[in-house]
Every structure is written in structure tokens, then in C-alpha cells.
Design a protein around this ligand. Structure first.
Ligand SMILES: Cc1cc2nc3c(=O)[nH]c(=O)nc-3n(C[C@H](O)[C@H](O)[C@H](O)COP(=O)(O)OP(=O)(O)OC[C@H]3O[C@@H](n4cnc5c(N)ncnc54)[C@H](O)[C@@H]3O)c2cc1C
Length: 389
């Protein structure tokens, strides 16, 4: 028998969970259809950095609102836990990019973000175990850190369920059903579901799901290797850090480990369901070499474990939050390896677009799907170029 809902969200990663929560908060009874289990895609492998430094003001604003209105007061705003840890955040760029770094920090200050440009000497005073070679200045965000992406997703879903949403796992969407230019529901391995609103939040699989509605969405698979290192016993406080001078990022992982990753070898043309979950052989050796340059005490440490995650990535490495030519069919995908931290405010803004015709929390118009057809790919105001290689 066909089941009927106010809205259907395809995918129970953090994006689908945020959208379902915000739809339910507005009084709708959405169904979240997930082909496996919650957070089994990119979200369950996310490094969880919550930082506000971007080269695009709209992305900084999405993270700022996500931090200010959600991560920083999760229990009161959403309920449950998100595991936010305030470690502080440092962004380092190459010396040649000092102008862009300063321009972006100035833009972020205008938004209200607590950020400033500090010297390498000041970085050393804050975090004495960091080596301060290869840069003169850094952006410093005292309020930022990291959160637990799986916990965040499950909290969103549990709160959405309390508000009337339904989660159906092991339910794969195999058809998008439409009539007279309007979406009317989906087909799945568990039968048909009717709804006037369908949101594609299927991560690296979103291109396939959009194809079910005859939409060509330019999303490729972004593959990302992450290492967990044992924390050297004598290591002091370290921040969450993106180090574009050495092309890596890292953060503490609880009290015993350090999470670290590089920014290259991400564009491997894998399929989203690629069997091979093993990072490339050179990955660990290269990453540890880099990490020792930034945190020399890592030399006393060693590898704990590794994992691989996959996200959907667009040509300008920015998300798509958008309606489509098919009335009632929306896209929240192509999060391009950076969509965890923005998911609360992005979900709120997309739901405003769906229900009110315009976003209010953050203007997500730059992330419209039509930008690809218009040839208006997004560029940062003080652009760093594509981060992922
Ligand atoms: C290794 C790694 C590290 C990252 N680090 C960070 C970070 O530090 N900070 C940050 O902000 N972002 C980070 N990201 C990016 C961020 O985690 C992702 O952008 C975000 O989690 C994507 O969420 P999502 O809900 O769009 O996709 P996913 O989490 O992939 O969820 C999509 C879901 O859709 C389901 N699905 C697919 N097809 C169907 C179908 N046909 N029917 C039903 N369900 C379907 C999948 O099973 C999956 O559960 C990282 C990503 C990875 C992979």
C-alpha cells in the first residue's frame, strides 16, 4: 500500500537529518528514507571540523549561524548531543596568500565572527607544540573546534521523530515519480511513497538519485583518506587546524588521538560504492612526514588507524541547495567534503526556500543548481582556488 507523507527526504546523512528536523519543526510530517542506516555515508566518516574560515562569505555565514544558533547551544536548540569541542581553530595559508587571508578575515569579522589575523609568534604562544615554519600570519578563531557528525545526525533525527517525522532505514529510493511537471512521490524497495515535496540529500549518490528525475547534476565522487595517530604523551594543547602551507589538516580526537588528513589525492574518480576502503599506500607515510613538520612531537607517536570516506563534489567545490525545474523536487547535495559544519543553517535555509519561497536564515541563492547552466560557478571573494586536488 502506498504511504503518504508531507515530504520525503532521500538520505539520512547529516544534511537529510537537518532538513527533516527543520521540516518537522514547521509542522510537516516528513519521511526520511535511507538505503542503509543513518550516517552510513560521508557523515559517518566526517572529520567534523567546525570552523568559519572560508574564502566565500556565504559559506562563512552558514557556518557562523550553524555555530551560533546550533552547535554552541545544541541541547536547547535541537535536543540531545552534538559532541561540540571548543579547541580553537587556526588557518594557515602560504605566504603568497597573505592578502587573501586578511581579506577573508575582514569579511568574516563583518559577519560577526570572532576571528583575527595573528602572527606566527602568537600562534606559538597559544600552542607551544606547533612548529611555526612556512608562515608569518594565521587566522585564529577562538570559538571554533569540532563536533561528532554521527551524534549530530542522530540528534537531529531523534528530535525530528519527536516532532512527527518518520525514519525508514534499509529503504532505497529507486524512482522519482512525477506528473504534469510536479513531483508526486518516490518508488522504493519497500513500495511507493507519495509526497508533494522530495529532497535529494543522497550525498555521493545524489547524481544517481537526480538522474531518476532525468536531471543531470554535475556531482562526482570525492574520496578522502583520514588517519588517526596516537597522541604523544608529552603533547600539550593543539587546535583544530587547516594548514594549506603544508597541505594538511588535523585536530585532537578525544584525549588519546589526533585526527589528520591531507588535502590531495581526493579526486580519484571512484564510484560512491567502491569496495576498496583502503587509503592509497603512500598516504600514511606522506601524511606523517607532513605532520612531523608541524607537530615535531608526532615523531614519538604512531599510527592508530585509518578510514576512507566519500562525498559528492561539484565543479566549483561548493554545495547545491536549490529547487529544480521539477516542481517540488529539491537538491541538497554536492557538499564537496565540507558540508558537516554548515548543515544546521543550510537545512534551515533550504526549508525556508521550500515553504516560504525564499531563504531567511542565510541567503543560499549562490548555491542554486542553475549556476552550472548559467556558467556562473561560485568563486570566493578572496579566493584560494580549489582546495581539493
Ligand atoms: C572523510 C571525510 C571528512 C570530512 N570532514 C569534514 C569536516 O571536517 N568538516 C565538514 O564540515 N565536513 C567534512 N566532510 C564533509 C561532510 O562530512 C559531508 O559533506 C556531509 O557529511 C555530507 O552529508 P550528506 O547528508 O549530504 O551525505 P551522506 O552522509 O553521504 O548521506 C547521504 C545518505 O544518502 C543515502 N542514500 C544514497 N542513495 C540513496 C537512495 N537511493 N535511497 C535512500 N538513501 C540513499 C546514503 O546511504 C547516505 O546515508 C568530510 C567528509 C568526509 C567523507
Amino acid at each position: 500500500m502506498t504511504q503518504t507523507y508531507n515530504a520525503i527526504v532521500v538520505g539520512a546523512g547529516v544534511m537529510g537529518a537537518s532538513i527533516a528536523f527543520h521540516l518537522a519543526e514547521r509542522g510537516l510530517k516528513p519521511a526520511i528514507l535511507e538505503r542503509k542506516v543513518t550516517a552510513s555515508g560521508a557523515t559517518g566518516h566526517s572529520s567534523g571540523l567546525v570552523r568559519m574560515h572560508y574564502d566565500l562569505a556565504a559559506e562563512s555565514e552558514l557556518t557562523f549561524k550553524s555555530y551560533q544558533q546550533y552547535f554552541n547551544q545544541w541541547k536547547e536548540r535541537v535536543g540531545g548531543e552534538c559532541g561540540f569541542m571548543n579547541t580553537g581553530f587556526i588557518q594557515i595559508n602560504s605566504r603568497e596568500e597573505e592578502g587573501q587571508l586578511r581579506g577573508n578575515v575582514a569579511n568574516q569579522q563583518k559577519i560577526g565572527i570572532n576571528t583575527s589575523v595573528i602572527t606566527a609568534k602568537e600562534v606559538k604562544e597559544l600552542f607551544p607544540d606547533l612548529a611555526t615554519d612556512h608562515f608569518d600570519y594565521a587566522a585564529y578563531e577562538p570559538d571554533s573546534g569540532y563536533a561528532d557528525a554521527t551524534l549530530t545526525t542522530n540528534s537531529f533525527i531523534e528530535s525530528a521523530k519527536r516532532l512527527g517525522a518518520t525514519l525508514i532505514q534499509n529503504c532505497e529510493v529507486t524512482a522519482i515519480r512525477a506528473a504534469a511537471g510536479k513531483v508526486i512521490g518516490v518508488g522504493t524497495n519497500k513500495g511507493d511513497f507519495d509526497a508533494p515535496i522530495v529532497v535529494n540529500a543522497a550525498g555521493a549518490w545524489a547524481k544517481h538519485v537526480a538522474g531518476l528525475a532525468d536531471l543531470q547534476v554535475p556531482i562526482e565522487t570525492w574520496t578522502h583518506d583520514v588517519a588517526f595517530l596516537h597522541r604523544p604523551p608529552s603533547l600539550g594543547r593543539i587546535p583544530a587546524m587547516i594548514d594549506l602551507a603544508l597541505e594538511c589538516y588535523f585536530r585532537p580526537e578525544g584525549s588519546a588521538l589526533i585526527l589528520a588528513a591531507g588535502v590531495d589525492e581526493s579526486m580519484r574518480n571512484d564510484l560512491p560504492d567502491e569496495e576498496d576502503q583502503t587509503p592509497t599506500p603512500a598516504f600514511v607515510e606522506k601524511l606523517i612526514d607532513i605532520m612531523v613538520q608541524r607537530i615535531p612531537k608526532i615523531e614519538q607517536s604512531g599510527l592508530h588507524s585509518i578510514h576512507v570516506g566519500r562525498d559528492g563534489i561539484t565543479p566549483d567545490q561548493r554545495a547545491i541547495y536549490s529547487g529544480t525545474d521539477l516542481d517540488g523536487f529539491y537538491l541538497a547535495c554536492g557538499l564537496s567534503g565540507t558540508g558537516f559544519k554548515t548543515s544546521p543553517a543550510a537545512g534551515a535555509s533550504l526549508v525556508e526556500l521550500i515553504l516560504d519561497g525564499a531563504p531567511k536564515t542565510v541567503n543560499i541563492t549562490p548555491f542554486r543548481f542553475s549556476r552550472f547552466a548559467e556558467g556562473k560557478l561560485i568563486e570566493g571573494e578572496y579566493g584560494y582556488g580549489n582546495i581539493w586536488k
